[in-house]
Design a binder for this molecule. Structure first.
Ligand code: HSE
Length: 319
């Protein structure tokens, strides 16, 4: 985890509270379908306390009305995978969420990572980042968002034939400006994955391999020459565009001064754009593509999160 605390005490006896922070993430980034993820400075914070009054969940922040407060809550469900079902009887979970739900910003990956990271500290398991990524991927089904949420930064990940996840951080030029445009509609990852074909032509596979490889260099040096071509994709965006009014127009935005490239964020409907200047204006232009179709959209400038999941606070019962 980002901040490792020495667990020198018996955690089950003495730990009274754990607070963790997990970043949002944007997956795919154009051609890197199910492989690339970027952690963003927008957070899910969870505090777990010992409770004598049975399970209690409270949530605050934006997008909280849709978060269940019973044991169907995804954070609690993944917490109990590692901490045990019975642990749910004596905890109080406070959720502070800034990550829009169902918009392609890794909200479910953040919830899964949060549950496992809380359990790791609560039960003193001392599981590694790799074990956390693996367990979270087993729940989520693909590694891109969870690997970015755990490691922070720009992360490339893959699954071996036996489903083991391999992931690593890659460089991203610090001067890149990032704008995220979030339309007001929701799109479930399940529906967005169901829209994809079962097989692709060799031409399309080669198209994406070439651009995903190019994109890694574009991120490393922020190269304007590489970006526009490197963010093109033929594996998911053309199919998902049909589900997202206005997204086709976003893809047509070439020659906008300052814009390096734009892509669907994860399964959508949000768009992530990388800019060398004028990020605010570019956000408005992209939001305008959605608004033309009657969809309100909000643009926000974001920074890369380089820490991934961290333990912000551990509290012990005073002796
Ligand atoms: N790689 C995933 C997809 C990310 O595009 O379906 C969404 O969770």
């Amino acid at each position: 985890m980002g901040v490792r605390q020495p667990v020198w005490f018996d955690p089950m006896e003495n730990l009274s509270a754990v607070q963790i922070r997990v970043p949002a993430s944007s997956a795919n980034l154009g051609p890197g379908f199910d492989a690339l993820g970027l952690a963003l400075g927008l957070y899910l914070r969870c505090t777990l306390r010992r409770s004598d009054a049975g399970l209690k969940v409270i949530s605050c922040g934006t997008y909280t009305s849709e978060i269940p407060t019973d044991s169907s809550n995804l954070i609690l469900r993944t917490f109990s995978r590692w901490a045990g079902e019975q642990s749910l009887d004596s905890v109080h979970l406070a959720i502070h969420n800034e990550i829009p739900l169902g918009r392609g910003l890794g909200s479910s990956a953040a919830a899964i990572v949060a549950g496992l990271a809380l359990a790791n500290e609560w039960a003193g398991l001392e599981r590694s980042r790799e074990e956390l990524i693996q367990a979270a991927t087993d729940v989520e089904g693909h590694p891109d968002n969870v690997a970015a949420a755990v490691r922070g930064g720009l992360v490339v990940s893959c699954q071996r034939d036996d489903q083991r996840v391999i992931s690593t951080n890659c460089s991203i030029a610090p001067e890149l400006q990032i704008v995220l445009v979030v339309p007001e509609c929701r799109l479930s990852t399940e529906a967005a994955r169901a829209a994809l074909p079962a097989a692709y032509s060799r031409r399309d596979a080669v198209f994406n391999v070439q651009r995903a490889a190019l994109l890694m260099q574009a991120f490393r040096d922020g190269s304007r020459e590489l970006f526009a071509e490197a963010m093109r994709d033929r594996l998911h965006q053309p199919y998902r565009a049909k589900l997202i009014p206005g997204f086709d127009e976003v893809l047509q935005l070439t020659n906008v001064p300052g814009l390096l490239g734009a892509a669907l964020s994860g399964a959508g409907p949000s768009v992530i754009a990388f800019c060398e200047a004028r990020a605010e204006e570019i956000g408005d232009i992209i939001a305008g593509c959605f608004r033309k179709h009657g969809l309100n959209a909000e643009a926000r400038l974001l920074k890369v999160d380089h820490q991934g999941v961290i333990v912000e606070r551990l509290a012990r019962v005073e002796a």
